[in-house]
Design a protein around this ligand. Structure first.
Ligand code: GLA
Length: 388
């Protein structure tokens, strides 16, 4: 898939600018195995970078502008690199290009060097599916700009810049998970991320398992307002419990001290507190059955306590669980539509994807998209030779 994308981007660059690019970068989307809605509570997450990614081919121009042609959106956008500060938080036309501009803005204000460039961008991370296409675009932009200026790549620093672009330029109050895994993922591994310290450790999935992404073919609605509302409830719970963040509450503390919380806030907090426990356990287990159970519990908690699942996500998870070879399944990402994820027996992923796709289509009339993925590397600079 990505090899094709690489050739397409290189060929389109040649067609647009009449030459080969001087740089080619890619930044992946992600799927989160477990640890949902914990990142903005200073908690733990266990995502992996997927094989699908955003690619940018580019060359320096020597002027203070960035010009970028998107193959996915069929347009070319251009922006000056000066005066971005005055526009922060005021952009009205929220197109794909604002993730690029916002990232250049945060890089510039952090003291990074901004040189002009022109390029072509394309990706195969489905948009709005909960696989972090926007983080991939932010991190690809930052990878491109830092590669051009020769600055070293620090995944944690760059993830924070991407997150700030999303929070303050785009206006989505996301946590750090998506940018962190896109910037710092490691091939063949999931990453346990401590979202308070940004310490990471690589985790090998249990032997004989494979990860299948299951797109419900429904897109997220209301996600921004609902997401920000969940985030406020968690902050309120932490305040009422007298801690900095819900990360600081153990399951035992919660059971003892949460009795007085208003019922909805109590359920939201219970999800986060129990999910942190599940995530730490998941990172330490080599038992596929146990990891699967933890994923199942995570889904129930997101559905019943955090209330971010949908009937289609629940159905996809239910079908996955009833299909041979499945150890566990859950919704993944922010919720309200998009994707679920399953842990399956390595040898059965082809049969599993075919059966689940068929059963889901029969029940809904929708055409889902399922694919197995290995864990890819985070953002990379790729060889940029001419297209073959
Ligand atoms: C979105 C956000 C992440 C995280 C997840 C939920 O993907 O961008 O920061 O909060 O939702 O786990």
């Amino acid at each position: 898939m990505s090899i094709d994308l690489r050739s397409r981007v290189l060929a389109a660059f040649h067609e647009t600018y009449g030459d080969a690019p001087s740089l080619l970068v890619r930044a992946p989307g992600r799927v989160n195995l477990i640890g949902e809605h914990t990142d903005y509570n200073d908690g733990f997450v266990l995502p992996l970078a997927i094989e699908r990614a955003v690619w940018i081919a580019l060359r320096p121009t020597g002027d203070a502008r960035v010009r970028l042609r998107s193959l996915d959106f069929g347009d070319t956008r251009e922006a000056g690199l000066e005066g971005l500060e005055a526009l922060a938080g005021r952009v009205e036309d929220m197109s794909w290009f604002e993730y690029v501009r916002g990232s250049l803005w945060t890089l510039g204000r952090s003291g990074g060097r901004l040189d002009g460039w022109e390029g072509v961008v394309a990706g195969d991370v489905p948009v709005g599916a909960g696989l972090s296409s926007s983080a991939a675009l932010e991190i690809a932009t930052l990878r491109a700009a830092t590669a051009l200026s020769g600055e070293p790549w620090n995944a944690g620093v760059m993830a924070k810049l991407g997150q700030e672009a999303e929070n303050r330029w785009v206006g989505m109050n996301c946590g750090i998970m998506d940018q962190m895994i896109s910037a710092g993922g490691r091939a063949g591994h999931a990453l346990l991320i401590d979202c308070r310290t940004l310490e990471t450790s690589s985790v090998t999935l249990p032997a004989g398992t494979a990860v299948v992404v299951m797109d419900t073919a429904t897109r997220r609605g209301l996600v921004d307002s609902e997401y920000n509302e969940r985030r406020s409830s968690c902050e309120e719970a932490a305040r009422l419990l007298g801690v900095k963040a819900l990360r600081d509450v153990s399951v035992a503390d919660f059971e003892e001290g949460a009795g007085d919380l208003p019922p909805t806030i109590r359920r939201r907090a219970r999800h986060v507190v129990t999910e942190n426990g599940r995530t730490l356990e998941a990172a330490g287990t080599c038992e596929p059955d146990r990891l699967g159970e933890l994923m199942d519990e995570s889904h129930r908690s997101l559905r019943d306590d955090f209330e971010v699942s949908t009937t289609r996500l629940d159905l996809m998870v239910e079908i996955a669980r009833q299909t041979d070879g499945c150890f566990g399944a859950r919704m993944t990402g922010a919720g309200f539509g998009g994707c679920a994820v399953a842990l399956v027996e390595a040898g059965s992923s082809d049969g599993f994807t075919a059966t689940v796709s068929r059963r889901y289509a029969e029940r809904t009339g929708l055409e889902p998209m399922l694919f197995a993925t290995t864990a890819a590397d985070g953002a990379t600079i790729e060889p940029s030779g001419s297209p073959s």
